[in-house]
Design a protein around this ligand. Structure first.
Ligand code: RNT
Ligand code: ZN
Length: 420
């Protein structure tokens, strides 16, 4: 049920868009099929539940000390449920290996599907999908800054075994939930200062990945992805798994290539890469994030790059091969709110892209009518997409506009503050 005012605004917007051949009802049907993979690690500042004593390493960093970080799997699931209650649609949760929910003391290389049974039971009950990531950081065996490319064979072996175990866990998720799991390998390996030998670590990483992926897994259950980056804290000079490295690896070995919005030079954008990559790859994984001056992982806002990512996916019909994940962590604000803002924005950006007169714009461009291309693009920026979004939220039973803030505040008072 929608309020009359929301309904009326929607009808008016619908009529306006219809003049350009855009059927808003169809758009919303399409929108509801898109799943966003919400990253669990925003909920507890990338701490996880295995090795809780370990500090966060791997050249990523969370700043802020807002009260209420989840301390247990139960708390994290409760927080995720609260966030999903404020986000329209059915989505996925992206787990890292360190979020195992088990009473056993288990090492990363010995993890098994059983250590995630409670997550699977919960996902089933909630109608959610699950994605997965080996955790190649915050561990004694990653303290030198190298994992899969470590010069020591024993350390490499540990991480290879961890990544192999992770793929099995991903396959278990996919099989149990009837939704393909994406298992994304990201390793922090790199040097703080200029290396002499850039090649050998890359050879070792390549060989390790070959072992990790040696066993075929049914792609209906699990798809592997590989994530590059340019630099991290402590790996400013050189990262083994650079973009070229993983683009080559992914294309040669038919792996999804993961593009994290914060993993490139400051003015380099991932939106401009999609139409190239899509010509050569069978799949793309996105880590939608927001770099601010560096790979700072700020909460995703409705900025030009988010809109452009949405447009590229919609205009070139890439939603079918693209898995959309989020990757940010901000501990200076309410963590549930961080999820809600970033996820709602990502969905809203896709909606805005779907509400553009793509065919007319392409036609104008083809005819060399760049005047119309510019004018129409700009006019559409103030078309009433907000009315369509409000209607969508109402029809999905989630709060319209900023009404959700009140619920997050109430949850904070009732639940989060008590965590101290
Ligand atoms: C790090 C990568 C990676 C992590 C998560 C926690 O730079 O972006 O995706 O953020 O795996
Ligand atoms: Zn990432």
């Amino acid at each position: 049920m929608t309020e009359p005012a929301i309904q009326q605004a929607y009808e008016a917007a619908k009529a306006l868009y219809a003049q350009h051949g855009i059927d808003t009802d169809e758009v919303l049907k399409k929108l509801e099929t898109i799943k966003i993979s919400m990253h669990c690690w925003q909920g507890d500042d990338v701490r996880g539940f295995l090795n809780r004593g370990q500090e966060l390493t791997g050249g990523i960093s969370v700043t802020g000390s807002y009260p209420g970080a989840a301390r247990t799997p139960e708390e994290l699931r409760a927080d995720l449920e609260q966030a999903f209650a404020l986000i329209p649609g059915k989505h996925k949760v992206n787990l890292h290996a360190i979020y195992a929910d088990t009473d056993e003391q288990v090492e990363l290389d010995k993890l098994e599907p059983k250590h995630y049974e409670r997550w699977v039971a919960w996902a089933k009950e909630q109608g959610l999908g699950l994605d997965f990531n080996p955790t190649c950081f915050s561990h004694e065996n990653s303290k030198d800054g190298f994992t899969l490319s470590h010069p020591d064979e024993n350390i490499r072996r540990f991480w290879i075994d961890h990544c192999k175990a992770s793929r099995q866990i991903g396959a278990y998720f996919g099989e149990q939930l009837g939704q393909t799991c994406v298992t994304n390998v990201w390793v922090p390996d790199g040097f703080k200062d200029n290396p002499v030998d850039r090649m050998s670590p890359r050879k070792r990483l390549k060989a390790s990945l070959d072992e990790v992926f040696a066993e075929p897994i049914d792609p209906r259950y699990n798809l592997d992805a590989v994530e590059s980056k340019l630099f991290g804290l402590g790996s400013e000079a050189y990262v083994v798994g650079s973009h070229e490295f993983y683009m080559g690896y992914g294309l040669q070995n038919d792996k999804l290539i993961c593009l994290d919005a914060g993993h490139f030079h400051p003015t380099e954008v991932i939106s401009n890469k999609l139409s190239s990559l899509a010509l050569f790859t069978s799949g793309i994984l996105l880590h939608v994030s927001r770099p601010m001056r560096w790979d700072s992982d700020h909460v995703v806002i409705m900025d030009d790059e988010l809109l452009e990512i949405g447009r590229e996916l919609v205009r070139h019909d890439l939603l079918g091969i693209t898995h959309i994940g989020l990757d940010f962590f901000d501990a200076s604000i309410n963590r549930v709110a961080a999820w809600v803002v970033g996820t709602r924005n990502t969905i809203k950006a896709l909606l805005r892209a779907m509400l553009e007169p793509v065919e007319a714009l392409k036609q104008a461009e083809l005819e060399g009518d760049y005047t119309t291309r510019l004018a129409l693009t700009e006019e559409f920026k103030s078309y009433p997409f907000g009315a369509v979004w409000d209607y969508y939220c109402a029809s999905k039973g989630v709060p319209v506009r900023e009404q959700w803030i009140r619920q997050v505040k109430a949850y904070e008072q009732d639940v989060l503050v008590a965590r101290g």
